[in-house]
Design a protein around this ligand. Structure first.
Ligand SMILES: NC(=O)c1ccc[n+]([C@@H]2O[C@H](COP(=O)([O-])OP(=O)(O)OC[C@H]3O[C@@H](n4cnc5c(N)ncnc54)[C@H](OP(=O)(O)O)[C@@H]3O)[C@@H](O)[C@H]2O)c1
Length: 236
């Protein structure tokens, strides 16, 4: 396997950061992204110290706008003409009920959780096409498959992202580009800060990273289409 160039959106913390650490540990070059420039600087320094052979680049932009997506694409293409792995991970969770949540809740989550992946994938395709081991991941959710209390518009956005993933998979099948949907259940991250539950009740972000890395390692003959991960005791 060649050394892979990997772009991970939303890799300042949580699941995205755990994936970045796992892939750097396995020899990948990493493009970190998020909105918080201080976190990006800190994460870059951490990876470079632990993995001196790993190239690490960063870009800060808000993916809820098309301009923010364009900024990220320009930053990546400044350094890399080829992109091997794109991980559409950035997302936001605003709990609520459809009939009660504030006006604009659906729009903001569709912008961040769906349009970001749609626009970024389309804009990165020229670089992805040049890769001999191209793979696109979309960070969906258990909320892409089932409705649950307080899921509100978040669930709508994640159902839509899984729809995007399925269409992309069909379109890119004949081109040799792999497409994988990751559907995690409750995983420790910022979204769960302050929740009063025993630590072992939720999955670790590193569990999701292990799943991503294992899907990347398959031969060109195989693609993992969907990975569903749940806490051992089931959904909350
Ligand atoms: N944790 C769970 O239980 C769980 C379960 C299923 C699916 N997921 C999905 O997993 C993904 C990662 O979630 P997480 O739990 O790791 O959350 P997190 O710790 O809050 O991290 C979210 C990441 O997304 C970035 N981000 C958010 N909005 C953005 C925007 N508008 N533009 C650019 N970057 C943005 C954040 O960057 P900055 O902080 O720098 O802005 C951060 O790096 C999300 O798509 C989420 O829906 C999470």
């Amino acid at each position: 396997m060649f050394t892979m160039k990997v772009l991970i959106t939303g890799s300042t913390k949580g699941i995205g950061w755990a994936i970045a650490e796992k892939l750097a540990e396995n020899g990948c070059h990493i493009f970190l992204h998020g909105r918080n420039a201080d976190d990006l600087k800190k994460n870059k320094a951490t990876l470079e110290k632990k993995h001196p052979n790993c190239d690490v680049f960063t870009a800060a932009s808000d993916l809820s706008t098309k301009d923010g997506v364009k900024q990220l694409v320009a930053a990546v293409q400044k350094h890399w003409s080829v992109l091997d792995v794109l991980i559409n991970n950035a997302g936001v969770f605003l709990p609520g009920n459809i009939t009660e949540e504030a006006d604009g809740t659906l729009e903001s989550q569709i912008n961040t959780n769906l349009y970001s992946a749609y626009h970024l994938t389309r804009m990165m395709m020229s670089s992805i096409h040049k890769s001999k081991q191209a793979h696109i991941f979309n960070m969906c959710s258990i909320a892409s498959k089932i409705a649950y209390p307080n899921g509100g518009s978040y669930s709508i956005s994640k159902f839509a992202l899984l729809g995007f993933n399925k269409v992309l998979r069909e379109e890119l099948k004949p081109k040799g580009i792999k497409v994988t949907a990751i559907l995690p259940g409750a995983t420790w991250s910022n979204s769960w800060a302050g929740v009063d539950l025993p630590h072992e009740r939720l999955m670790e972000a590193n569990d999701i990273a292990i799943a991503v890395w294992s899907a990347i390692q398959m031969s060109p003959a195989a693609v993992v289409e969907e990975i569903v991960l749940r806490p051992q005791l089931g959904d909350l």
